[in-house]
Design a binder for this molecule. Structure first.
Ligand code: ADP
Ligand code: ASP
Ligand code: MG
Length: 811
């Protein structure tokens, strides 16, 4: 004999209920079965909210009531094809609805909704669903579960009277029909005969009670997911089904909020060693999860993660608690007497404080109870008055095998720490099957994500990207991410999830990943944004493994980095302003990244996609010392000095550089050497020297007065320089030399200068807008290291940013 329980989702729709019918008929081929059903999905909630409306004297209760009637009627109309049966069923169902309506009307008139009345109301969900399913399944015998599931009143709560229930169940089913149909959840008080229930989700419990009392071969919980999963699949998209769990593991997970099984369900069947199977009504061929006593070949350390939101911590503390016997007994007795359940306790070995985890809604009452219990001690100063810390969540990682393994706590707390999640309290029982900890509610989702990623996956590593700036570099980057997405997923097991995109005006977000095919349109129609709004939104989203990618040239955006790093968000900047700005701020950013275990990378600040900064870092990490850097770092200036000729005057080359996208939007930033100075400062700093932009010796080739005034005036005046340049160029040509704007770091000294480079120098043949860097180090002294290639352009810069992203992903 087997007990099959079908949850609300399995009787919620025509599709699911027909699937239920098939499953039951199939299972009944091999043995006798008892089917336990919940109310139609969502009906219990609706029964309650409708009662609240009636209580508030809101006439809308009738509409809500009618939608419930409609839903049941429609269901019957569709699934019961036999006219005679349908008429009988309609009569039964309508009789139940008549009663229910009268009760609601009573609540509406009297403005009173006692626990007793509410219990009567919610019982209709299962009463209705069970008669429908009993009619649907041929040969099924319907039972009134309130006749044998009995509760008693204990500590102000309705609690199962196991002894009486077991006896009545055995009597009722002494002559077991082939298929029995039992409404779940509902029960009756053994003394008053009032309708009660086993608590929300209690149909599972009804099924377990029957299975245990009748020594069933198995208890099957049929629901809407493929089994017991590593985490709540609604929160963790990558959660997957666990094949086997021990009773203890299942109990720990359920007690900590894994909603898939109602917690009291496991105990009765565990005592009888009856296996529980969790299976999917919508995927009946899938074997699901088996919960049993002992698991063979179990090599998994952690089985699952679960959590309860809306928890509170109460700390019982005082100076003279140390060594006092009986404090804990008094705490727990006082709370138990009021029916307040404690799900976590953490006590330091100094014994002068005990933290107790309770549900948030019980917190005020618990504080009251404890303050009363310890009023004498509080009065004489031995203990402090209690207070509750609310807005918390409790998370548990569970696995029987943790007890044989070292380092699980280390991994757990290390992972949380790296993600910037601070743990408020923690507890690990001596059985070592469960480690629980408390965090602020706002960190719940992130905690679950990082832990799931670190303990269970990962089939895929996920990196969540916020891309700011959709100019040439930003849009190329998004294009490259789109193109590479599948390849990276397959080859590198990496999912690059773009969770936010911001232009200078708007921003869009989606924690599950934005659709990149139409982001521009979505951006246009989104709410206006600002750097502050952007910062607040990103920090508030609090997503694990997240990276802020700055493809702007904005000072305001660069000023957000410090805040991001402090919130454990890595920063990748194509924007040079932060790394070349004030030294102390740059150093602070690097220090924060290091302390927070995240990255601040800006490879494309110099030489676009060329691996210059990375190389300098690699050399230094291996013990080398950078002695000298000579470099042509401006693609724009190199383009200009390669273009200049007898027929193309200087002013024309500047214009071409602008038109062809080589220069900054304002070319004066290139011509004044500002851009090169910034790059040199960054290189010098990365090479280990403390340099500010003002320290760089500048030898400019465009007189200062050309940089004053507006851009328009600048363009107007620029041709004035052409004759002088042409004269100098001719002289240079005669000597077989070329102009290069060279940045130099020599020891501590930094300078930028337009130099005449002769034929034999490696800089002489530098084509187009290319960059070149010569690194003289202790190891590369006689023959310096040379890095050369495209130093500008949206595609290569975006590719450099991409490489930075990958360098974070590969850690
Ligand atoms: P039913 O109506 O069948 O009783 P419930 O809604 O009570 O269904 O429980 C099933 C739901 O539990 C799933 O749809 C899933 O969203 C949720 N759930 C939470 N944690 C887990 C978990 N660890 N494994 C599987 N499901 C879980
Ligand atoms: N229908 C009840 C509820 O929603 C019992 C159950 O579904 O198990 O809580
Ligand atoms: Mg349930």
């Amino acid at each position: 004999m087997k007990v099959l329980k079908f949850g609300g989702t399995s009787v919620g729709s025509v599709k699911s209920i027909l699937s239920l019918k098939k499953i039951v008929e199939n299972e009944a081929r091999s043995e006798d079965i008892i089917v336990v059903v919940s109310a139609l999905g969502g009906i219990t909630d609706k029964l309650i909210t409708t009662a609240q409306l009636a209580l508030r004297h809101d006439g809308k209760w009738k509409e809500e009531f009618n939608t419930m009637v409609d839903r049941h009627h429609k269901m019957i109309d569709t699934i019961i094809t036999d006219t005679k049966k349908r008429v009988i069923l309609f009569n039964k169902v309508d009789a139940l609805f008549e009663q229910l309506k009268s009760i609601y009307f009573g609540v509406y008139l009297i403005h009173d909704l006692s626990e007793k009345t509410e219990n009567a109301i919610v019982s209709y969900g299962e009463q209705l669903s069970s008669v429908i399913v009993a009619t649907l399944i041929r040969g099924a015998k319907w039972y009134e579960s309130r006749d044998f599931i009995k509760t008693e009143r204990k500590n102000n709560k309705n609690t199962l009277d196991s002894e009486l229930t077991n006896k009545l169940v055995r009597d009722t089913f002494s002559d077991l029909p082939h298929i029995s149909l039992v409404p779940g959840f509902i029960s009756r008080d053994r003394d008053t005969d009032e309708t009660t229930n086993l608590g929300r989700g209690g149909s599972d419990y009804t099924a377990a009670i029957l299975a245990a009392a009748l020594n069933a071969n198995a208890l099957e919980i049929w629901t809407d997911v493929d089994g017991f999963m590593t985490a709540d699949p609604r929160v963790i998209k990558s959660a997957y089904t666990i094949n086997e769990l021990s009773y203890i593991e299942a109990m720990e997970l359920c007690n900590f909020g894994a909603k898939v099984i109602y917690p009291p369900t496991i105990y009765p069947v565990c005592v009888k060693n009856i296996p529980i199977k969790v299976r999917n009504t919508f995927n009946p061929n899938y074997p699901g999860t088996t919960i049993k006593n002992k698991i063979d070949d179990d090599n998994k350390l952690i089985k699952g993660i679960s959590s309860i939101n809306g928890t509170a911590l109460i700390t019982v503390t005082g100076l003279s608690m140390v060594g006092v016997i009986g404090v804990n007994r008094r705490i727990f007795t006082a709370l138990a007497d009021e029916g307040i359940s404690v799900f976590m306790v953490s006590q330091a070995s100094s014994e002068n404080s005990t933290s107790i985890g309770v549900k948030e809604e019980d917190a005020d009452e618990a504080v009251k109870v404890l303050n009363k219990e310890f009023s004498a001690e509080i009065e004489d100063g031995a203990m402090f008055p209690m207070h509750a810390k609310k807005g918390l969540a409790t998370v548990a990682i569970v696995g029987d095998n943790m007890k044989h393994a070292a380092g699980i706590s280390g991994k757990l707390f290390g992972t949380l720490g790296r993600s910037g999640i601070s743990v408020i309290a923690c507890a690990q029982g001596a059985s070592e099957t469960n480690i629980s900890f408390v965090v602020k509610s706002e960190y719940l989702r992130k905690s679950l994500n990082v832990l799931h990623d670190s303990f269970f996956l990962s089939e895929y590593k996920v990196l969540n990207l916020f891309i700011c700036g959709i100019g040439t570099v930003g849009s190329k980057l998004i294009e490259q991410i789109c193109k590479q997405y599948n390849e990276l997923k397959e080859r590198n097991q990496l999912k690059l999830n773009v969770v936010g995109i911001a232009s200078s005006k708007n921003a869009i977000f989606n924690r599950d990943g934005l659709n990149l095919s139409n982001y521009r349109e979505t951006l246009k129609s989104s709410e206006p944004s600002s750097p502050e709004k952007l910062r607040d939104h990103i920090v508030e989203m609090n997503i694990f493994n997240s990276v802020f990618v700055d493809c702007t040239a904005s000072k305001e955006i660069a000023s957000l980095y410090q805040n991001f790093l402090e919130h454990n968000i890595s920063v990748i900047a194509a924007n040079k302003l932060a790394a070349s700005g004030e030294y102390d701020k740059y150093a602070q950013l690097k220090k924060t990244a290091l302390r927070r275990g995240v990255k601040f990378r800006f490879e494309t600040n110099v030489g676009a996609g060329l691996p210059i900064i990375g190389t300098i870092n690699d050399l230094r990490n291996s013990g080398d010392k950078i002695l000298k850097i000579e470099a042509v770092l401006s693609g724009t200036l190199n383009f200009i000095f390669n273009e200049i000729s007898a027929t193309v005057p200087f002013s024309e080359t500047v214009r071409r550089a602008k038109e062809q996208g080589y220069s900054e939007p304002d070319p004066r930033i290139d011509l004044s050497g500002t851009d090169v100075v910034r790059k040199l400062v960054i290189l010098a700093r990365e090479a280990g020297y403390r340099v500010e932009q003002a320290d760089v010796e500048k030898h400019l080739f465009v007189p200062q007065k050309y940089f004053e005034g507006s851009v328009e005036e600048f363009w107007k005046r620029l041709p004035d320089l052409d004759t002088d340049f042409e004269n100098k160029r001719k002289a240079l040509e005669k000597e077989d030399k070329r102009w290069r704007f060279v940045a130099t770091l020599d020891g501590n000294h930094t300078s930028v200068e337009l130099k005449a480079i002769d034929l034999n120098h490696p800089f002489y043949n530098l084509e187009g807008s290319n960059n070149i860097v010569l690194l003289t180090t202790e190891r590369y002294k006689e023959y310096p290291m040379l890095i050369q290639g495209y130093g500008a352009g949206a595609s290569v810069t975006a590719a450099g940013v991409f490489a930075n992203i990958m360098s974070i992903a590969n850690i």
